[in-house]
Design a protein around this ligand. Structure first.
Ligand SMILES: CC(C)(COP(=O)(O)OP(=O)(O)OC[C@H]1O[C@@H](n2cnc3c(N)ncnc32)[C@H](O)[C@@H]1OP(=O)(O)O)[C@@H](O)C(=O)NCCC(=O)NCCS
Length: 176
């Protein structure tokens, strides 16, 4: 178990408490879901959700999952991939579901699945997927160790091994 003092500079929830970090957390602990109504000010020239808004939502959902797992602040290190498969029209609900799939020492590998829903019919479909890496930081902005990740269900174990192998390939490619 680690204990660290929170940042004295910024006024945020992280600044007021001393945070206790466990050695491990269940994968289910940090899952995050973010739902938003697609408003007219979020549209592109075709009347669908603008990709930049979606990327901000993806980043935010991933940040919630990362910070829950880390028990404190974490920053986006990279967004590897966003696949846009379907348009999301104005008036739809859009939901981003983020899961921490794998962790290194200080980094967390997060997948975000995006669903759109037509409110009047209840029709819901998966429209996008994304993968991001977040890094937990300490009060000086330096990378900080995160709890080990424990997958429980078969689905979680598949996610874990898939992300682990993706990370190995990315590391070999980047030489990191
Ligand atoms: C991300 C950041 C904290 C990494 O700091 P650093 O001193 O370069 O870190 P290190 O090289 O020691 O690497 C720390 C970890 O991050 C991982 N990492 C660093 N950069 C990465 C990248 N671009 N993609 C994936 N992983 C990365 C490393 O593999 C390492 O993982 P591990 O500890 O699990 O083995 C730093 O680059 C930073 O603060 N970047 C700005 C973040 C930001 O402003 N984001 C947008 C707003 S939230």
């Amino acid at each position: 178990m680690m204990i660290y003092d929170s940042c004295p500079v910024h006024r945020s929830p992280f600044t007021v408490h001393r945070i206790v970090i466990p050695d491990s957390r269940l994968m289910s602990y940090s899952k995050a879901e973010l739902t938003q109504l697609v408003m007219p000010n979020m549209q592109n020239v075709l009347g669908d959700l603008f990709g930049g808004h979606l990327m901000a939502m993806v980043d935010q959902a991933a940040a919630v999952a990362a910070m829950r797992h880390a028990g404190g602040p974490a920053v986006t290190a990279s967004i590897d991939r966003v696949d846009f498969r379907e348009r999301i029209p104005v008036g739809s609900l859009v939901t981003c579901c983020a899961t921490v799939d794998f962790v290194g020492n200080t980094s967390m590998f997060i997948s975000v699945e995006v669903y759109s829903e037509i409110i009047s019919t209840g029709e819901r479909k998966r429209t996008h997927t994304a993968a991001a890496v977040f890094v937990a930081i300490d009060k000086d902005g330096k990378p900080m160790r995160v709890p080990r990740l424990i997958p429980e269900t078969e689905e979680e174990k598949v996610r874990y091994h898939r992300a682990q192998s993706h990370r190995e390939k990315a590391r070999q490619a980047s030489g990191r």
